[in-house]
Design a protein around this ligand. Structure first.
Ligand code: UD1
Ligand code: UDP
Length: 360
């Protein structure tokens, strides 16, 4: 079916990016199917997003589950090859920088099926991050590079990408945030967790923070020093849970570790927070739109627009407690800039580019 668009998703951050693109393509009457690779599979990492974001039930779930990078990527590739051969789509759409993204781009490009990459061109220039490898390979193989910010356009240009393939479309994850804004209830979140208005939300899952026991121990020390200043709620990603627990994460009375939250509950909690401490990519963007100070526990970010046009700053573990003290003393700003085209219409722009490509 040359007009069929196949979306490949698999991990938590893919779902809020795909939802507005699928909706906008449906409005244009483009036939489409949704593949879930099964990279993430816990109810709280996957199903809850389908329910809350109105995503269609996946047409196929490959159920690949967890594994080493090679095992997981290979399983996704093997499963997708069969599907791409039987469906023969006119376009495969991939999202972000996870293993499901690069696996789909590799399989589709070798079958000469055009690939559209949503969130193209982001670069941390840190090759120790698996995501950076995934971004570089996916962009090199993609026919449509759909970028969320001007810095991404510049990176693709510097890499010699054909300018005709590159489109600045804005941020579909922000479409989802804006479409659901009325559901993010900070008062209810405070009541649910018995919080006043001086609390911090944290998320932690990057290998560089949680995989090595020495890093985990240093992280726990820093988080406990933050919890000495304000209550922390930490919906903990399954990666690194055991390491962080072994390093004593749960041993502070003001640091509440909870299971991952659904999208609406999570962003309700974030909306009311005095600050967010995170190593997530998507959360840097969402806090920027919500005006919540974001302290990113990483040496770099592939999303510098959240620093230049948002509320984000990079912090080290050592500096974190002092910076939290400053942020708590300063309070939240009344006004802040937001990046260009993060306006709720990225999905429609992406759909228009894809539909135009399908028409030839
Ligand atoms: C993946 C992405 C990362 C993204 C993150 C978003 C890659 C290389 N990494 O990292 O870029 O920021 O998703 O959340 O694709 N696990 C569960 N239940 C699940 C899923 C995972 O328990 O539903 C546990 C398993 O022990 C698994 C570990 O988490 O081994 C890591 O999962 P994986 O998908 O390999 O990588 P993430 O760290 O989630
Ligand atoms: N998120 C969520 N519940 C949580 C933590 C995060 O719904 O407990 C959402 C968050 O709002 C964002 C997405 O998950 O939309 C980000 O995913 P994650 O941090 O896992 O991945 P990254 O963006 O770092 O790749």
């Amino acid at each position: 079916m040359p007009d069929l668009v196949l979306h490949v998703t698999g991990a938590r951050p893919n779902f809020p990016k795909a939802a507005p693109v699928i909706r906008a393509l449906a409005e244009l009457g483009v036939p489409q199917e949704l593949i879930h690779t099964g990279q993430h599979y816990d109810e709280r990492m996957s199903d809850v997003f389908f329910r809350e974001l109105g995503l269609p039930k996946p047409d196929v779930n490959l159920g690949v589950g967890s594994g080493s990078h090679a095992v997981q990527t290979a399983a996704i590739m093997t499963g997708l090859e069969e599907i791409f051969l039987s469906r023969r789509p006119g376009m495969v759409v991939v999202y972000g920088d996870v293993n499901s993204t690069v696996a789909a781009a590799l399989v589709a490009s070798k079958l000469q099926i055009p690939v559209a990459h949503v969130e193209a061109g982001l670069r941390s220039f840190d090759m120790t991050m698996p995501e950076e490898i995934n971004r570089l390979v996916t962009d090199r193989l993609s026919d449509l590079l759909l970028a969320t910010s001007p810095d991404a356009i510049a990176h693709l240009g510097n890499e010699g990408t054909d300018p005709d393939k590159i489109h600045l479309v804005g941020n579909p994850m922000i479409d989802t945030l804006l479409a659901n804004l009325d559901r993010f209830d900070a008062d209810r979140a405070r009541a649910d967790y018995g919080l006043d208005d001086r609390y911090i939300v944290a998320t932690l899952h990057r290998p560089g923070n949680v995989d090595d026991p020495a890093d985990a121990a240093a992280l726990v020390k820093a988080m406990h020093a933050v919890a000495d200043q304000a209550e922390i709620v930490l919906p903990l990603h399954p990666r690194g849970r055991a390491r962080l627990e072994a390093a004593g994460l749960f041993d502070h009375p003001k640091l509440r570790v909870i299971d991952p939250l659904g999208y609406v509950d999570f962003l309700g909690l974030v909306r009311g927070a005095a600050a967010v401490v995170t190593d997530s990519g998507g959360v840097q963007e969402e806090t920027t739109m919500l005006g919540v100070p974001c302290l990113t526990l990483r040496p770099n970010t592939e999303r510098p627009v959240t620093i230049t046009h948002g509320t984000n700053r990079l912090v080290t573990r050592d500096a974190l407690p002092q910076i939290v003290a400053e942020v708590l003393a300063a309070g939240r700003s009344e006004t802040w800039p937001t990046p260009p085209l993060w306006d709720g219409s990225a999905g429609r722009r992406i759909a228009a580019v894809i539909a135009g490509h399908l028409r030839g």
